[in-house]
Design a protein around this ligand. Structure first.
Ligand SMILES: Cc1ncc(COP(=O)(O)O)c(C=O)c1O
Ligand SMILES: N[C@@H](CCCC[NH3+])C(=O)O
Length: 434
C-alpha cells in the first residue's frame, strides 16, 4: 500500500513534529530513520521544543528575580537535565537519587530545592553535603528531624514550609496535591505556628514558602486562589518577624494532549504575567520567585515510536497490538490518560477502529482506546506528548527492557540512552547459595 505524499504540516500543539512528503519528522529528522537505526519502542525528544517551552517561562519572568527549578521527576534522563542546567535552570528533586542525577548532569546543587513528604535522614545529609538551596518541608515531624540532622552535620538547613492551600486544581484526583485530603504540605491554618517553631530551631534557617497544588492544570484560577492563600500567610509570617526571602509556587501547568473536548492550558508567559501582577499588587514583587515546572517543559517535546506487531479483529473490539506497552507508557493504564497516536506514514486504505494495546499480560495494558487507524503489521506509530512522566515512570514489568531515547537537535539525532538489555536488569541480583 503506497504512502500518500504530503507537504510539510506541523501537528497541532507539536510545532517541532511535522508530516513532510508523507513521513513524520521531529525537527529535521525522519522518524522512520530513527526507528530503523535504534529499534522500537523508542523515545524521541526535540531539543528546540524543550527550549521553546523554557523560553515561554523566561518571557513571563523577564526583568524579575526568578529561578526556574525544573521538576525532574517528569523526565530525569541525564541529557535532558544537562540541557536545562546549561540553560540556567535549577532542579526540584524528590529523592537523593534525583540529586545524584543532577550532579552527574553538571547541575548546580545551589539551585536545587528538595520536595517530598518522606525525605530520609540519609537523603537530608546528602543534600546538606552539597549545599542545596532549600528543603521544602512537608510536616512538623520532618522539620524536627531535619533540624536534628543539620545540627549533627554542623550546618543550617535552608527551609521553606510547603503549605497546602486547600484549593481544587480541577485535575485528575491522583495528581491533585493541594487539597486538605492530600498527603502533601502543611495545613494552611497550622503553617504559622510551624514557621514560629522553625525560626526557633538552631539547625534551620527559614528562607521561603512553598506551595504546589497539582499537575496537568488547565485553568488559571486555582493558581490565583492559591497565590492569595499563600500571600495571606506570608503577611502573617512576616508580621511575626520572620522574613520570607523567596516564594515558590510549584509547577503543575498542563499541556495539550489533544483529547476531544479537552481544555487548553494557559500559556506560561501569560499566566505568569497575570500572577506577577498580583504579587506586585500584594507588595511582594521584590521577592525571589521560584517555580517548579515539569510536564510543561518536556511533555510535548517527546514522542514514543512503536511498531504494529499484529492486528487482531474481534467480535466486540479490534486490537492493534504494538511493541510499546504500559511499562513504557504507564499514563493510560494509571490515569486513563489520552495520548494521540499517529502513523509515521499515513496509508490511503479505509481506517478501522482499534484499541491500541501492548504485549504486557494485563488487560489494563492499553495505549489508546477506540482509535481510527489505517495500519498494517510492520507499520510504525508515534505516541505523542510522551516527553513527561513516561520514561521516568517506566518499569521492567514482564522483564521488558526500558526503551532507548534519542534527542533531536536540528538535523542531528543523539542517542542519549541505550536500550536496556535483560543482563543489565539482572545486575545486582544474586542466586541463593547451594
Ligand atoms: C512538589 C512538586 N513540584 C513540581 C511538580 C511538577 O509538576 P508538573 O510536572 O505538573 O509541572 C510536582 C508534580 O506534580 C510536584 O509534586
Ligand atoms: N505522573 C503524573 C504526574 C505526577 C505529578 C507529580 N506530583 C502524570 O503522569 O500525569
Amino acid at each position: 500500500m503506497a504512502a500518500c505524499p504530503m507537504t510539510t504540516t506541523p501537528l497541532p500543539g507539536h510545532p517541532h513534529v511535522h508530516q513532510r512528503d508523507g513521513a513524520l519528522h521531529t525537527e529535521g529528522v525522519r522518524l522512520a530513520d530513527l526507528a530503523a537505526a535504534h529499534g522500537t519502542p523508542l523515545f524521541v525528544y526535540s531539543k528546540a521544543s524543550m527550549l521553546d517551552a523554557l523560553a515561554a517561562y523566561q518571557r513571563g519572568f523577564a526583568g524579575r528575580r526568578a529561578q526556574i527549578c525544573y521538576a525532574m521527576k517528569a523526565n530525569s534522563t541525564l541529557a535532558v537535565l544537562q540541557l536545562f542546567a546549561r540553560a540556567g535552570c535549577g532542579f526540584d528533586i524528590v529523592s537523593g537519587g534525583e540529586l545524584q542525577r543532577v550532579l552527574a548532569a553538571g547541575g548546580d546543587p545551589a539551585k536545587v530545592i528538595f520536595s517530598g513528604v518522606g525525605k530520609t535522614r540519609a537523603e537530608m545529609r546528602l543534600a546538606l553535603d552539597h549545599g542545596i538551596a532549600c528543603f521544602n518541608v512537608e510536616s512538623a515531624a520532618e522539620l524536627d528531624v531535619l533540624d536534628e540532622v543539620a545540627r549533627a552535620h554542623g550546618s543550617r538547613a535552608r527551609v521553606s514550609i510547603r503549605v497546602n492551600p486547600d484549593v481544587d486544581a480541577k485535575t485528575h484526583p491522583y495528581i491533585s496535591t493541594g487539597l486538605k485530603g492530600n498527603k502533601f504540605g502543611v495545613a494552611h491554618d497550622e503553617a504559622l505556628a510551624l514557621y514560629r517553631h522553625a525560626a526557633s530551631l538552631a539547625g534551620l534557617q527559614v528562607v521561603g514558602i512553598d506551595c504546589h497544588i497539582g499537575s496537568q492544570i488547565t485553568d488559571a484560577s486555582p493558581y490565583v486562589d492559591a497565590m492569595d492563600r499563600v500571600l495571606d500567610l506570608v503577611d502573617a509570617i512576616e508580621a511575626a518577624g520572620i522574613r520570607i526571602e523567596h516564594i515558590d509556587f510549584g509547577g503543575g501547568l498542563g499541556i495539550v494532549y489533544g483529547a476531544p473536548g479537552d481544555d487548553a492550558p494557559p500559556a506560561a508567559d501569560g499566566l505568569w504575567q497575570q500572577l506577577l501582577a498580583k504579587l506586585d499588587a500584594r507588595g511582594y514583587g521584590d521577592r525571589l520567585l521560584m517555580i517548579e515546572p515539569g510536564r510543561s517543559l518536556v511533555g510535548n517535546a517527546g514522542l514514543c515510536l512503536t511498531e504494529v506487531l499484529y492486528l487482531k479483529p474481534g467480535a466486540q473490539k479490534n486490537f492493534c497490538i504494538v511493541d510499546a506497552a504500559m511499562n513504557d507508557l504507564p499514563r493510560p493504564a494509571m490515569y486513563q490518560a489520552f495520548h494521540q497516536i499517529v502513523p509515521l506514514a499515513p496509508r490511503t486504505q479505509t481506517p478501522e477502529v482499534y484499541d491500541v494495546v501492548g504485549p504486557v499480560c494485563e488487560s489494563g495494558d492499553w495505549l489508546g482506546r477506540d482509535r481510527k487507524l489505517a495500519v498494517q503489521p510492520g507499520d510504525q506509530l508515534a505516541v505523542l506528548s510522551a516527553g513527561a512522566y513516561c520514561m521516568s515512570m517506566s518499569s521492567n514489568y514482564n522483564t521488558r527492557g526500558r526503551a532507548a531515547e534519542v534527542l533531536v537537535d536540528g538535523s542531528a539525532a543523539h542517542l542519549i540512552r541505550a536500550r536496556e538489555d535483560v543482563q543489565a536488569q539482572m545486575r545486582g541480583e544474586s542466586l541463593l547459595p547451594d
